[in-house]
Design a protein around this ligand. Structure first.
Ligand SMILES: NC(=O)c1ccc[n+]([C@@H]2O[C@H](COP(=O)([O-])OP(=O)(O)OC[C@H]3O[C@@H](n4cnc5c(N)ncnc54)[C@H](O)[C@@H]3O)[C@@H](O)[C@H]2O)c1
Length: 338
């Protein structure tokens, strides 16, 4: 116990649920706020759970009046790039407007520490050949990335006005699952490569589409930087300790500084699962850069972040454990075949 309470907004989602567990393990009290638009009730352990929308100001007032919140971790957002292109208003409403509601409520209740789930999508098309540092130009190529950048900017302005202190964490590709096998990645619809590959391995999908096989990379497919969800959680804990200790506002990349191609990921997923993963080539997706790799030296230097699951095979092994259990649970729920 350390007598600090953290409000986790979006705590029923993939990364938020892992965060709740990490906070509990570190001795924090946790309150979760989620509207279950994309999350899952069964991923939230026995902590106070407020079901409702981030944009509900009355509800936010109630939450901050009822619980002695010391810091807020904000995971709640819509995060599908293609959907954001088709429905930008919904994205700005949910990701930006509702965040303003949250920050206003925090300001009214004098809650001053804020940790934000930002994204590599703030950068847009890389202008450097290798890994990107935090001072790389930010020029998002889709509304999703633009909403993340808008909130980052808002935080800088709020901090300058003395309203709060913040850490924005720009995740690259979050992946993997808690080593216990009890928590994992369950997006609906799923658009992320590793869960899709493992669902094909489990026979839940017929084949995996590879979006773009003519990129200027060694095997023609995109390179991405995968960071384990438990390592993301550790970075949040370090950011929280820093803010609680009066540390500076900051923006950090979170990745492993190594790019894996889509084909490499599939190969490792086949090896880990021991199953063949049939693929089919598809058109490039608009706004998908060839290479996205993080330079994460800044958080290592300033907060002492040390990722434990840097190796892609280990990341996929943890995901495979979860997906097998999840498939078993779904099978059991559906009952025996007739
Ligand atoms: N998964 C990744 O690889 C990745 C990469 C970069 C950034 N991010 C960011 O990290 C955060 C978490 O990602 P995730 O993969 O866990 O997403 P997720 O969709 O699994 O979780 C988001 C959670 O927020 C909740 N939510 C959304 N809007 C809400 C609202 N208005 N009110 C209350 N609850 C709301 C959803 O129900 C869900 O439980 C997001 O902000 C996302 O943009 C994720």
């Amino acid at each position: 116990m350390n007598n600090k309470t953290v409000l986790v907004v979006g705590g029923a989602g993939y990364i938020g649920a892992h965060m709740v567990r990490g906070l509990l393990d570190a001795g924090y009290d946790v309150v979760v706020l989620d509207n279950f638009s994309r999350g899952h009730r069964d991923l939230v352990p026995a902590v106070p759970l407020v079901e409702g929308d981030l944009g509900d100001t009355l509800l936010l007032n109630e939450v901050f009046s009822r619980y002695p919140v010391d810091a807020v971790m904000h995971f709640a957002a819509y995060s599908l790039v293609a959907e954001s292109v088709a429905r930008p208003l919904e994205y700005y409403r949910n990701n930006v407007s509702s965040t303003i509601d949250l920050l206003e409520a925090m300001s009214r209740h004098r809650v001053r520490r804020f940790i934000f789930s930002s994204s590599a999508a703030v950068y847009g098309e890389p202008s450097v050949a290798g890994a990107m540092r935090e001072d790389h130009p930010t020029c998002p190529t889709n509304p999703y990335g633009a909403t993340k950048l808008a909130v980052e900017r808002l935080l800088v302005d709020c901090a300058a006005a003395g309203i709060l202190s913040f850490v924005s964490l720009r995740y690259f590709n979050a992946a993997g699952a808690d080593a216990s096998g009890e928590l994992g990645e369950r997006h609906d619809p799923e658009t992320h490569l590793i869960p899709l590959a493992l669902q094909v391995a489990l026979g839940m999908r017929k084949r995996l589409q590879i979006f773009g096989t003519d990129y200027p990379t060694a095997d023609g497919t995109c390179l991405r930087d995968y960071v384990h969800v438990t390592d993301l959680v550790q970075a949040h804990l370090l950011a929280l300790e820093s803010l609680l200790g009066g540390g500076d506002n900051a923006v950090y990349n979170l990745g492993n500084s190594k790019g894996y191609s889509v084909r490499e990921v599939i190969e490792v997923a086949q090896h880990v699962s021991g199953r063949t993963i049939p693929t089919t080539p598809a058109e490039r997706r608009a706004g998908d850069p060839a290479v996205l790799i993080a330079e994460s030296e800044k958080i290592r230097q300033e907060l002492g972040w040390r990722p434990r699951y840097e190796d892609l095979k280990t990341i996929i092994e943890t995901a495979w454990l979860w997906h097998q259990r999840e498939a078993g649970r779904e099978g059991a729920a559906a009952g025996p075949p007739v």
